[in-house]
Design a protein around this ligand. Structure first.
Ligand SMILES: Cc1cc2nc3c(=O)[nH]c(=O)nc-3n(C[C@H](O)[C@H](O)[C@H](O)COP(=O)(O)OP(=O)(O)OC[C@H]3O[C@@H](n4cnc5c(N)ncnc54)[C@H](O)[C@@H]3O)c2cc1C
Length: 296
């Protein structure tokens, strides 16, 4: 976002911005024709951050927690988009939205505690209920649109890649999606399948929703599970490889891919070769590399 100090701003370049941003002549540079703007200046970063308060925090597993934050002013978002959180030390990291918009205005995030990770450890240990946090967003185009309610949907995610995906599933179910919804969630071990109960319940309740869990490393963590522990069979293997072998996409199939960047990029290519149109592939790769070089 930039600020125009001279010239005319295209309507397109202010689409989706808050009225306060429009009043200050802020615009999205990537949407603006260069000819009509004569002078611009950078925006003070503080002005593009909003504030939220942590209202609830719980552990899904030893390494994954759920944060529920409440923005101070209403946030218009799609489940599956992400926000950039900024902590008191000025560290900025992206986290995907697992909730769907509701009257309560709460936003649900899932955070994986990265070994030596600056922000994720801070969110786990320091960030406490009642604390305020700055955020930017929502950002991203990996979300559900209800135009094609009858089309099959496939979702593949590793680790907390399940956060945007469960948001997308919740949105699709709430919107009355009629096509099949096939969700592959992969983790290293059973505790990494942190949405197992929630997704198993959705599988039971919705005839068009299928949950396909898998683990790729610690086979022992599933070998003693009884039918009571997990009525849904957990496969051993990588979720993307299992999915690519099984899926029979049509020209209408939509694919959502989220989580580990390597998995996302490889699977995107394989899915395209398997027949899914690239315009129907939505991805959110949880890139870590750039974040270590620059705060975002
Ligand atoms: C669009 C987007 C959405 C995201 N959504 C989520 C989400 O919903 N939930 C979530 O938990 N995370 C999400 N992430 C990742 C998140 O933004 C942070 O990168 C993550 O929490 C790590 O930040 P950190 O400060 O704790 O670690 P950092 O301090 O940035 O990294 C330090 C440590 O991370 C590890 N690390 C760094 N790079 C890699 C790598 N490429 N592969 C593996 N390990 C690496 C290393 O151990 C390194 O020492 C998302 C990222 C993007 C880009």
């Amino acid at each position: 976002m930039l600020k125009s100090t001279q010239g005319e701003i295209d309507k397109e370049a202010q689409k989706g911005l808050k009225s306060t941003a429009i009043e200050q002549a802020f615009f999205l540079a990537c949407q603006q024709k260069a000819e009509t703007i004569q002078a611009v200046e950078l925006i003070d970063q503080e002005l593009i951050f909003s504030h939220a308060r942590l209202v609830d925090k719980k552990l899904f597993s030893d390494n994954i927690c759920q944060l529920i934050i409440e923005p101070v002013s209403p946030l218009y978002y799609h489940a599956g988009q992400f926000i950039n959180l900024k902590n008191a030390q000025g560290i900025v990291r992206s986290y995907s939205i697992a909730s769907i918009p509701s009257k309560q205005q709460f936003i649900e995030l899932h955070v994986y505690k990265q070994a030596n990770g600056v922000m994720s450890n801070w969110l786990f240990k320091e960030f406490t209920i009642g604390d305020k946090i700055d955020f930017q967003g929502p950002i991203g185009e990996c979300f559900y649109t209800s135009e094609n309610k009858n089309n099959p949907m496939i979702l593949i995610g590793t680790g907390t890649g399940a956060a945007p995906l469960i948001g997308i599933v919740r949105d699709a179910i709430k919107s009355g999606h009629q096509g099949s919804i096939l969700f592959y969630h992969g983790a290293r071990n059973f505790s990494g399948l942190y949405l197992h109960d929630i997704l198993s319940k959705l599988d039971k309740e919705h005839s068009n929703f299928t949950y396909r869990p898998s683990i790729s490393r610690d086979e022992d963590s599933i070998s003693n599970l009884t039918e009571n522990d997990s009525p849904i069979k957990i496969e051993f293997g990588r979720c993307n490889e299992i999915a690519i072998k099984e899926i029979q996409p049509t020209s209408e199939t939509t694919l959502y891919l989220c989580g580990n960047p390597d998995m996302v990029n490889k699977t995107r290519k394989k899915a395209f070769l398997a027949g899914i149109a690239s315009k129907n592939i939505y991805i959110d790769a949880f890139e870590y590399k750039d974040l270590r070089k620059n705060d975002r």
